[in-house]
Design a protein around this ligand. Structure first.
Ligand SMILES: Cc1cc2nc3c(=O)[nH]c(=O)nc-3n(C[C@H](O)[C@H](O)[C@H](O)COP(=O)(O)OP(=O)(O)OC[C@H]3O[C@@H](n4cnc5c(N)ncnc54)[C@H](O)[C@@H]3O)c2cc1C
Length: 407
């Protein structure tokens, strides 16, 4: 956040800090305080899921303050539909969500955490003491290749609409799509590939090549064998060329070198998914990549009993919204246990997801993860969750369905 913005936040602090209790807005400071202070750092999928679960578990028995630099919850997965004129990434005002849940929303950002003093410090220079803290501030997206376009879900149209138009117009005949090495969520690359191949076909071109280069041994490898096979079949049906177990180099525009082998391709356009990097905040435990190490109760390792983390910010290798939501539910149970007479829960990850495989086709799947490996990999005809839900989250799904597109 730049200086002007920081100043803006400070000067307008009262205006942009929304303090609302259940039953309607009240003036700042007049809320009934219960004494147990929960601070949630973040306003994304994991943060809001935790807030909703906490209210379900303990009702009004804790005071929750949510701090985030974005004023909206961004439902990122639908961004891949935007350049194809589908419904894009939905946004929901965090002030509205705070109002619905009797929480306080502070438009600011965590700068550092003092675990011993049990307080977070923000960019605007404020300090918020806590009895329990949830770190759910996501991760940074970094461009992995200087000479490739990086798909940016916050600006999906800007990064990809021109490419779709160029395919429709017959100008682009070869598109290269890259899953970077390191931390990345690969699923959107397959959704982009399948929709692009579909669009080329619908535009009357059968001479367009879409090549996906991925370090995965098989597409959607993390979901296990059955899901990988179904994804591979969908890609083959759509005519997408798939290079697995491969690392991409982009030494220049229109030059895609695939290792091992050094095979050189010349797509007119090359698009990479962003690499995901940890934020590494001062005072917060971090692994070598800046992600927060957690135990199976989603407590941050080495930061005592009162600090939890969930979502992309954690060192759990699968950076997926549904997984983040499950961690958020576990963290909320841990916080409820600290606040009163509740059972803590354990994180037992189940990957659930869907692949947008074209304008009218979706594949649904799930797998249980054990020691980071998928077991019970399944492709589902009918998902046991609401079919339109892209992030499968027990609290967030029904809540957002109720909100509809109003947000
Ligand atoms: C194109 C795309 C498609 C995807 N498809 C799927 C899918 O189909 N299914 C699925 O489950 N997942 C999918 N994902 C992954 C999913 O979107 C992420 O895993 C999920 O958003 C992570 O949730 P989060 O709450 O950890 O972080 P985010 O949703 O990224 O939210 C982070 C929050 O932290 C806030 N923040 C940042 N810095 C600070 C700070 N210093 N202090 C306080 N707050 C801060 C941000 O403002 C934001 O509110 C997709 C992702 C992308 C990009």
């Amino acid at each position: 956040m730049d200086r002007a913005r920081r100043r803006g936040i400070r000067e307008n602090g009262a205006a942009i800090s929304v303090f609302i209790r259940r039953g309607g807005p009240v003036a700042l400071g007049s809320a009934r305080m219960t004494g147990f202070r929960v601070v949630i750092g973040g306003g994304g999928i994991a943060a809001v899921e935790a807030l909703l679960r906490l209210r379900r578990l303990v009702g009004d028995a804790v005071d929750v303050t949510m701090i985030a630099p974005d004023a909206e919850l961004r439902y990122r997965p639908l961004a891949v539909q935007e350049p194809f004129a589908g419904p894009g990434a939905r946004r929901y005002a965090l002030a509205r969500i705070a109002g619905d849940t009797g929480a306080a929303f502070v438009h600011d950002a965590l700068e550092w955490v003092d675990p011993d003093g049990q307080a977070v410090h923000t960019l605007a220079g404020e300090q918020y003491p806590f009895d329990a803290l949830l770190l759910a501030y996501g991760a940074r997206s970094a461009p992995p290749h200087e000479h490739a376009v990086t798909f940016d879900d916050a600006n999906a149209d800007e990064t990809y609409l021109g490419i779709v138009r160029s395919i429709e117009g017959g100008y682009t005949k070869h598109l290269g799509l890259i899953v970077p090495t390191g931390h990345a969520w690969p699923l959107p690359v397959y959704e982009l590939a399948l929709q692009t191949a579909d669009r080329a076909y619908d535009s009357g071109f059968d001479d367009v090549t879409v090549t996906v280069v991925t370090p995965e041994a098989a597409p959607l490898e993390v979901f296990g064998t059955a899901v990988s096979e179904a994804a591979r079949e969908a890609l083959v049906d759509a005519g997408v060329r798939l290079l697995t177990g491969a690392r991409a180099e982009v030494p220049a525009h229109r030059t895609l070198v695939v290792d091992p082998g050094g095979h050189e391709l010349e797509p007119e356009t090359i698009v990479a998914l962003p690499r995901i990097e940890g934020r590494a905040l001062r005072g917060v435990a971090a692994d070598a990549d800046g992600f927060i190490p957690i135990d199976d109760r989603c407590r941050v390792q080495g930061m005592g009993e009162h600090v939890f983390a969930a979502g992309d910010a954690t060192s759990f290798p699968v950076k997926q919204g549904g997984i983040g939501a499950q961690q958020a539910d576990v963290a909320a149970a841990g916080i409820a246990a600290l606040a009163g007479d509740h059972e803590p829960a354990r994180f037992e990850p189940v990957l659930r997801g869907s692949l947008i495989a074209g304008e009218r086709r979706r594949l649904y799947f799930q797998a249980r993860l054990e020691d980071g490996r998928a077991v019970e990999s399944e492709v589902l005809d009918e998902p046991p969750w609401e079919a339109g839900e892209k992030v499968v989250a027990e609290e967030l799904g029904p809540y957002l369905a109720k909100l509809g597109s109003r947000g």
